[in-house]
Design a protein around this ligand. Sequence first.
Ligand SMILES: Nc1nc2c(ncn2[C@@H]2O[C@H](COP(=O)(O)OP(=O)(O)OP(=O)(O)O)[C@@H](O)[C@H]2O)c(=O)[nH]1
Length: 240
Amino acid sequence: MFLCDVRWSTLCIHLHYVSFYCLQTCNWTSIKYESPETGVGKSSIVWRFVEDSFDPNINPTIGASFMTKTVQYQNELHKFLIWDTAGQERFRALAPMYYRGSAAAIIVYDITKEESFQTLKNWVKELRQHGPPNIVVAIAGNKCDLTDAREVPEKDAKDYADSIHAIFVETSAKNAINIHEVFIEISKRIPAADAAGGSPGRVSKSDVRPQSLRGHAADATRYEPDVTFHLKNATYQQST
Ligand SMILES: Nc1nc2c(ncn2[C@@H]2O[C@H](COP(=O)(O)OP(=O)(O)OP(=O)(O)O)[C@@H](O)[C@H]2O)c(=O)[nH]1
């Protein structure tokens, strides 16, 4: 998952999950979570953030979903443009299409699956090597409501995140724990466009990469409504 934060201009945020990207048009309708990169809760986090809802029977992502969400923080508006991409290995090669040009990435692992945490480290390496140089990275240990099934100690993950200067949170999309907070924390770390003179993630409004727009709340009417669309079946809808 990737996010951006800008004042008065669209900024590109790359929200990178342990798994992501997919631009292909596919017909698969039911695919089991097979690898440590799938089923960690990426889509659930996005839906909790965007719609404040949780679906225990959510389908695996086939293709990619793009969503925007505008929130007010203090006296500013933050508009997040988010790519939610499929976690399956077959889509891995498409990842650079989404993280290049993004200002932030959220890499998600499942606290009940040690393997997903190890996989996360590979994504961090890839982002460091091939992603934008100043990309903000957040690590989210999801499903923290499942404490009895925990395999990844919180301290281990926090120490790792500190070692790479990443934001760290444990989240629960199910119980709405730290979802809003991680997005706001990312937004705070991304320089405003006017201050940065054009941040790495800055994009035009027609660019359908994840972005965040930050401006003053009083100017909310200048922004377009939040939207959701799915590349899988080329549907497009306004969510607000
Ligand atoms: N208990 C619990 N279950 C969760 C949480 N987040 C997601 N899930 C469940 O985990 C499963 C996978 O969630 P998804 O959001 O589809 O995961 P994903 O990482 O987007 O999966 P892909 O689309 O395959 O990459 C679903 O059954 C969700 O209901 C959480 O915070 N707590």
